[in-house]
Design a protein around this ligand. Structure first.
Ligand SMILES: CC(C)(COP(=O)(O)OP(=O)(O)OC[C@H]1O[C@@H](n2cnc3c(N)ncnc32)[C@H](O)[C@@H]1OP(=O)(O)O)[C@@H](O)C(=O)NCCC(=O)NCCS
Length: 197
């Protein structure tokens, strides 16, 4: 992960990180999360290519976008920096818990030079709120155990009886009730593009 914090707590870019080439790091609250538009598609790919070590996540987003059974219009979000540049992306796609529809949060990506400045949190919160407003009831995520609990996620298997499709660590596979009701129990089936069976 890139970025450090000044003694006053404000984030500063880490010049040693790949992609950390500009002195930005806007203050929290200056992000502008919104649904992606067709014009954002190249920027979304750039963000995912920069945030991850391989092209896997960028290719996954493109494959999911091509699959109408997986892609949920309005649930791919970007966050703009104050200058209007998209710097973060988060995606929810259709998955199932046994046969009950749910949404899978993946990937989440922030340009390296903008990480740890609130951009990821802003885009994820806005995306989850959009999912609530769209009537989605349960979200799941496989991700950094220290990061996602801040959005309300909790270990899926031990807390909710939602099992991963593969034997993933309990603390990394998390779920969130979007409507406050108990989530369905069962095993998660991801969209085919994930290649998880
Ligand atoms: C993970 C990621 C989406 C988080 O977005 P972000 O904008 O950097 O994070 P935010 O500014 O919203 O939140 C910062 C907090 O998240 C924590 N955090 C960020 N990345 C983290 C990681 N990989 N693991 C654990 N905690 C992480 C920071 O330590 C910080 O914690 P604090 O609030 O307690 O100080 C972003 O760093 C990223 O794109 N990383 C590379 C790709 C990746 O790992 N994606 C997620 C796959 S699960």
């Amino acid at each position: 992960m890139s970025g450090t914090h000044d003694s006053d707590g404000s984030p500063t870019p880490d010049a040693t990180s790949p992609g950390a080439t500009t002195p930005h790091a806007p203050a929290p609250g200056t992000w502008h999360p919104r649904p992606e538009t067709a014009r954002d598609i190249p920027a979304v790919r750039r963000i995912n290519l920069a945030a991850f070590d391989t092209a896997g996540e960028a290719d996954l987003v493109d494959a999911l976008r091509r699959d109408p059974a997986a892609w949920l219009p309005g649930l791919s979000y970007v966050t703009e920096a104050p200058d209007g540049t998209p710097v973060a992306h988060a995606l929810l796609t259709r998955c199932h818990i046994d046969d009950v529809p749910a949404v899978a949060l993946a990937p989440c990506a922030v340009l390296p030079g903008y990480q740890k400045c609130g951009a990821g949190g802003a885009v994820i919160r806005a995306l989850l709120q959009a999912a609530r407003e769209a009537g989605e009831r349960t979200a799941i995520v496989l991700g950094h155990p220290p990061y996602y609990p801040r959005f309300g996620f909790a270990p899926a298997a031990t807390r909710f009886g939602i099992l991963p499709p593969q034997p993933w660590p309990d603390e990394a596979f998390m779920a969130l009730s979007l409507d406050g009701s108990p989530p369905p129990r069962g095993t998660v089936r991801y969209a085919a593009a994930f290649g998880i069976t």
